[in-house]
Design a protein around this ligand. Structure first.
Ligand SMILES: NC(=O)c1ccc[n+]([C@@H]2O[C@H](COP(=O)([O-])OP(=O)(O)OC[C@H]3O[C@@H](n4cnc5c(N)ncnc54)[C@H](O)[C@@H]3O)[C@@H](O)[C@H]2O)c1
Length: 263
């Protein structure tokens, strides 16, 4: 097993990509601290995984002291901390007209500052275990969709943080920091979110090749499979890296033949 006996905090693990990462980590031999906003969903994930290998803590990740409580829970439950997966995010739709100061502050609090504070709170333990951090970004970090303005800004900040800390923490503490930027992933929430944005009931079954060259978008389990590499000792001393997980390049793409829009 590739993560034998590792203790990993996975934020935002009540649904979607975080849930898939937590379940995969346990299948690879790890113990996980599950956390997220939805108490009921978290308990369901915990029941699926079993409480020998997981604990669950429901809290807003941007609340004062949350980072310390998560690190303490890992230590109290499993005696150490080997890795942090900063996956929780507020995936909020906003553009130049609707991004007010409150929204921008909140999205940066949840998506950028909370991951930073969790790394800071866990650093002593991560140094002891020569552990690592995996930040879950987004391909929106490079520029982003017009209607994901606040979210894209928050993910841009996260990507810079990964590169900065991936250098400094590796050198000074022996702690690796890397990031994966998922492309478009079909989670239970994304299915609903896009309907709210006006797409049809079965939008994910007929996507134009421009967005989904393979005919479908990614599955959470495919992101979880990649996460294992970055969390395991297989990635050796590699640090400060950001890897895009999309089905086409984000930079320098050929002009698409199919310019139809999604409906
Ligand atoms: N789904 C996609 O297409 C996609 C694409 C690129 C990147 N991502 C990134 O992947 C990660 C997971 O995305 P997802 O689609 O699975 O999200 P999701 O909306 O399904 O789940 C979000 C998780 O984060 C938690 N969360 C949200 N706000 C929180 C807060 N304030 N405090 C504590 N927990 C909070 C939720 O409880 C939930 O567990 C995010 O970082 C997201 O930006 C997703």
């Amino acid at each position: 097993m590739r993560l034998e006996d590792k203790v990993i905090i996975v934020t935002g693990s009540t649904t979607g990509i975080g849930k898939a990462i937590a379940k995969r980590c346990v299948r690879e031999g790890a113990k996980v601290v599950l956390t997220g906003l939805e108490e009921n969903l978290g308990k369901e994930v915990l029941a699926e995984i079993g409480d020998a290998n997981a604990v669950f803590h429901a809290e807003d990740i941007s609340a004062d002291g949350c980072a310390d409580r998560l690190v303490s829970l890992a230590k109290k439950s499993f005696g150490k901390l080997d890795a942090i997966v900063n996956n929780a995010a507020w995936v909020v739709s906003s553009d130049i007209q609707t991004t007010d100061k409150y929204l921008l502050q909140k999205v940066i609090d949840v998506n950028t500052i909370a991951p930073f504070l969790l790394i800071q709170a866990g650093l002593e333990e991560l140094q002891k275990s020569r552990g690592c951090v995996l930040n879950i970004g987004s391909v929106n970090a490079y520029s982003g969709e017009p209607n994901l303005l606040g979210y894209s800004i928050s993910k841009g900040g996260l990507m810079t943080m990964t590169r900065n800390l991936g250098d400094a923490l590796m050198r000074d503490y022996g702690v690796r920091v890397n990031q994966i930027n998922p492309g478009w992933v079909l989670t239970e929430r994304e299915r609903e979110r896009k309907k709210l944005h006006g797409l049809s009931e079965t939008w994910y079954e007929k996507l134009p090749a421009m967005y989904a060259p393979s005919g479908r978008i990614l599955w959470p389990e495919e992101i979880a499979a990649a996460a294992v590499y970055w969390l395991s000792d297989e990635s050796g001393p590699i640090s400060g890296q950001v890897v895009d997980l999309e089905q086409h390049p984000m930079i320098g793409r050929n002009a698409p033949k199919d310019t139809s829009t999604i409906n």
